[in-house]
Design a protein around this ligand. Structure first.
Ligand code: AKG
Ligand code: FE2
Length: 266
């Protein structure tokens, strides 16, 4: 491979320049104990990350809540949802994906807090960004370009703040570590501002990603059926198209549960 390894860190502008990483995020008394406390507090589930599977919605544990408040301070925006993932060692990974944004408040940021062993976030432009670029280059008789790749090390106590433009045009993932057994455990907390809500009894849904946009218009949650097929098709489009038309695919809304990004197994 002749392509240069682009490794980015604090102070660099990442992806579509709406994305950045900060080190030494939490005060050390919280950072030093958070991983250990989360291992005890969080009700861990083994997930397959299939599109039709989502972990139960639970109240924030005390440590998650403390971290959440620091995230809000840095962003100066509210975050109301956390997905917590445990990478047991260097073999655990998350394959390349884009986060699904049907429920993510438009214009908000997606935040990953890292605790424990350092892993590397790899960003890669979606294929069709390249297709569009190559079409332009062909027109001007230049050589074709490869998909762009950026690597961002995520050490203990770092925070990766991803803008939705970057999520739209790039895929991201955490690859397996090279010396798998030498890598210790890592916990990542992905905080988002979700704009779709369930009523307290979890029987009705409303907001950005639902058909009823306000609490008064909340509608019964459905399982499967036409809405879920339409949603899966929209998820597929979002994962592949960098010029994904949010309003066309998601604007009408869905009465199915979908609080979880889809990505593949592990
Ligand atoms: O573990 C990480 O930092 C990445 C997690 C992620 O991309 C996701 O949950 O969508
Ligand atoms: Fe993600």
């Amino acid at each position: 491979m002749t392509s240069k390894q682009v490794v980015l860190g604090p102070g660099d502008s990442i992806g579509e320049e709406d994305t950045y990483v900060l080190h030494d995020f939490l005060p050390s008394e919280l950072a030093d104990t958070a991983l250990e406390n989360l291992l005890k507090e969080v009700q861990w589930n083994v997930m397959t990350h299939r599109a039709d599977e989502s972990p139960p919605l639970l109240p924030f544990s005390p440590t998650v809540e403390r971290i959440r408040q620091h995230v809000e301070k840095v962003l100066n925006e509210p975050v109301n949802h956390a997905l917590i993932q445990h990478y047991r060692n260097g073999s655990d990974y998350i394959s390349e994906h884009s986060d699904k944004t049907v429920d993510v408040a438009r214009g908000s940021k997606i935040v990953n807090v890292s605790l424990g062993a350092q892993r590397i976030m790899t960003l890669r432009t979606k294929k069709d960004v390249l297709a569009n670029l190559n079409a332009d280059l062909d027109a001007s008789n230049s050589t074709s370009q490869k998909r762009r790749v950026q690597r961002v090390p995520l050490p203990h106590n770092s925070i990766f703040v991803m803008g939705l433009q970057t999520n739209a045009r790039w895929m991201h993932g955490i690859a397996r570590a090279p010396e798998r057994d030498k890598f210790g455990e890592r916990i990542s907390l992905t905080f988002r501002t979700i704009g779709t809500y369930l009523t307290r009894d979890e029987l009705h849904i409303f907001g950005q990603g639902a058909k009823g946009k306000t609490r008064e218009e909340a509608r019964p949650v459905v399982r499967g059926g036409e809405d879920s097929e339409r949603l899966l098709a929209a998820f597929g489009a979002e994962n592949h198209q960098s010029d994904f038309d949010w309003d066309a695919h998601y604007g009408e809304g869905f009465d199915v549960l979908h609080f979880q990004p889809t990505h593949s197994i592990e």
